[in-house]
Design a protein around this ligand. Structure first.
Ligand SMILES: *Cc1c(COP(=O)(O)O)cnc(C)c1O
Length: 381
């Protein structure tokens, strides 16, 4: 992540604080929840959901996860550069031109088609290198994977039983974990039926669940691995899910910026781009040192709240690229340039959760974490 020569917090315009000890506690709680034989595939795509891959990876390694899941070859390579020898799974389809890198960095693709296998086979055979793959089954997501109703082609079986391509996992992915439990159940059933039909060797990783779809009951499940992203970072869905509440995970990320200027404006002044707000009273404005290029969505304009000295204030006017304004007329304590503004996190008695921040931004939870941009320095506690 951005390593800045600015050592002094007070000179940072916007920054994120990551509590790595809380990450450790989250991982311990998740692993206690999983049966011991279930492999923990730690999903760290998109710079570990905006938390900064290098530091997060080190902690996850120490916590004893079994594999990493990333979105693409670039991210996989970044993990290998940290001398990680665990399996690294590429969760989305690989481009034909990325194939040599898969071999070079020993990354494990999810395969969804005969064409992908043919490409892998031809490279493997030509260079005498073996590759391990996970087969992706589409049980109703309509995205990557072999469609569950289609018979598996003979070529697929041929490639997988040949000397070059080693089948080490079979997986599916659920599309409606939070919105439709019945559909998730149906997808699970389709996956289990598929596995029942084709069978699979012992030792192959079987996985279907992501964070919010972890099951309570593994007894009758063919699965022996889970891909876990969001939960590690202590973020949950909007609605209450009993097992997630019981896990008592802690948010590990706080997002801050600063007041850069305080000024008084008279009545009737249009404030910010497109005059989205107009003062209705003599108004004290705090100009802030962060905007949409830092991850504060323009949807937060005139809507979101942020805290200074534990007091909530509303965004006044449109959020701009590098700046936003708060109406601080009702501040209980004097506010000055340089004071800290909290977008996500605790401030005194008050808290703005990542879910609330997302609500203001019209984002889903993972989206708002990934939107905190690279120029926002990550500071680790
Ligand atoms: C991102 C991703 C995950 C992790 O999802 P979370 O809900 O954040 O745990 C799991 N599986 C696949 C295929 C993914 O793309």
């Amino acid at each position: 992540m951005s390593s800045s020569p600015i050592a002094n917090h007070r000179a940072l315009r916007s920054w994120v604080e990551i509590d790595l000890a809380a990450l450790d506690r989250n991982i311990a709680r998740i692993r206690r929840y999983l049966p011991p034989y279930v492999r923990h595939i730690a999903v760290v795509k998109a710079d570990a959901y905006g938390h900064g891959m290098p530091s997060v990876i080190l902690r996850l390694l120490r916590a004893g996860v079994d594999a990493f899941g990333v979105a693409n070859v670039q991210e996989g390579l970044q993990i290998r550069e940290q001398d990680v020898t665990l399996p690294v799974l590429i969760l989305s389809p690989v481009l034909p031109d990325e194939i040599p890198l898969l071999f070079e960095y020993q990354l494990t693709p999810f395969v969804s088609s005969v064409d992908e296998l043919a490409h892998l086979q031809s490279w493997a055979c030509g260079h005498e290198r073996i590759i391990s793959v996970h087969l992706k089954i589409d049980t109703g997501m309509g995205r990557a994977g072999f469609w569950y109703e289609d018979p598996l082609q003979e070529e697929v079986k041929k490639y997988l039983s040949g000397p070059w391509i080693r089948l080490t996992g079979i997986a599916t992915h659920f599309s409606c974990v939070c919105s439709d439990k019945t559909y998730t159940k149906l997808q699970r059933q389709r996956f289990h039926d598929w596995l029942g039909h084709y069978g699979c060797d012992a030792g192959i990783w079987i996985h279907e669940s992501s964070s919010f779809a972890l099951q309570d009951d593994w007894k009758d499940s063919p699965c022996n691995a889970a891909r876990i992203g969001a939960l590690q970072y202590g973020v949950g869905p909007d609605s209450q899910v009993p097992f997630i509440q019981a896990l008592a995970l802690e948010p590990i990320l706080s997002f801050y910026s600063r007041v850069s200027l305080v000024k008084m404006l008279p009545v009737g002044v249009p404030v910010g781009y497109d005059a989205m707000a107009v003062t209705r009273r003599p108004t004290r404005i705090a100009v802030l040192s962060a905007g949409y290029a830092d991850g504060i969505s323009t949807s937060a304009s005139n809507r979101a709240e942020a805290m200074i000295y534990g007091q909530r204030f509303r965004v006044f006017g449109r959020v701009a690229m590098d700046q936003a304004m708060l109406d601080i007329t009702d501040a209980k304590v004097p506010i000055h340039a340089g004071d800290r503004v909290t977008w996500i996190g605790r401030d005194g008695e008050n808290e703005i959760t990542a879910n609330e921040f997302c609500y203001w931004s019209n984002h889903i939870i993972r989206e708002c974490l990934c939107s905190i941009s690279a120029r926002v320095q990550r500071v680790y506690k």
